[in-house]
Ligand binder design. Sequence first.
Ligand SMILES: O=C[C@H](O)COP(=O)(O)O
Length: 253
Amino acid sequence: MSDRKPFIAGNWKMNNTIAESEELIQALLPLVGAVEDVDIVVAPPFLALQAIVDSARGSAVGVYAQNMAEKDAGACTGEVSGPMLAEIDVHGVILGHSERRQLFGETDRLLQLKVPKALEFGLIPILCVGETEEERERGDTERKLRHQVQEGLEKVPLERLHEVVVAYEPIWAIGTGLTATPEQAQDAVAFVRALVQGFDKEAGNRVRVLYGGSMKAENAADLLAQPDIDGGLIGGASLDAESFAAIVEAARS
Ligand SMILES: O=C[C@H](O)COP(=O)(O)O
């Protein structure tokens, strides 16, 4: 049993208007109550962030953004910066989600700037990594993870490395209903942890590594029972307050 605190994050992706986001958080807050033994996070779309920060203030639920620019300010139409997120008391940010990488061309080089930038503004970064189905079939999973983790964390000051959260999300399991087996997930997550230990042994022991990809109430307990899996990054199942709360509950036992 590790002494790393479990971390359960719900990525709402491009779902929920402000009113719908409000409805979801109001349904979730009483279900999770004052849970203290799990870090619980929701990541609403940008427009709902302020409302959800206000609604969740003082509760057990932290509020994260789904993306952040690598610069503080400037001519970057459509982007949102770290200082803007920090100003409204957002607690952290998901970075390098595979949808950002695949649909919006985010590269490891860009993430190398974004991860330390988030920390600079007091935001906890969740760095997402993971292989495609073809890469897994070719036996390239570890090579892909090595590249993503080493590039993504390269410019993080060593003394702050343990604050970063890494989410292993095999792309073939995202939104597909296909879940990695607990053994597949454990192997990949342990590999990610070893890569962080390669930067700094102690930080690698402390860093939280999550699994993401069709995690739901029914399979959460088996995944979370694996020794290196410290939590989950949940998409679809986080849009239903009861399902998400059930995953939080699974992380407690
Ligand atoms: O950010 C969350 C992941 O992409 C997982 O999404 P999913 O639970 O809908 O498969």
